[in-house]
Write a new protein. Structure first.
Length: 80
């Protein structure tokens, strides 16, 4: 099984140890799970974005009063 050596500063290692302890995991399990979670998060975001892109036209038709994000100001109001 492949493995990986990762270097941390003393301060970083202290934080990683605390995070692992807070989840009740060993450092090895915590770092493994962290990498897997990030991979799943990226897949979820990509899938969600693709799903939203596919439904955008249907949403715009169903809710014509909604302002598309590209036409909003930073405060959420419609731009002139």
């Amino acid at each position: 099984m492949p493995s990986l050596n990762v270097s941390f500063s003393d301060e970083e290692m202290e934080g990683v140890r605390a995070a692992a302890a807070a989840e009740g995991k060993s450092l090895k399990q915590y770092l493994h799970d962290l990498g897997v979670r990030e991979m799943h998060r990226k897949r979820f975001v990509a899938g969600s974005t693709a799903w939203a892109d596919r439904l955008r036209g249907e949403f715009d038709t169903a809710f014509p009063e909604e302002v598309p994000p590209s036409r909003r100001r930073d405060d959420g109001a419609a731009a002139a």
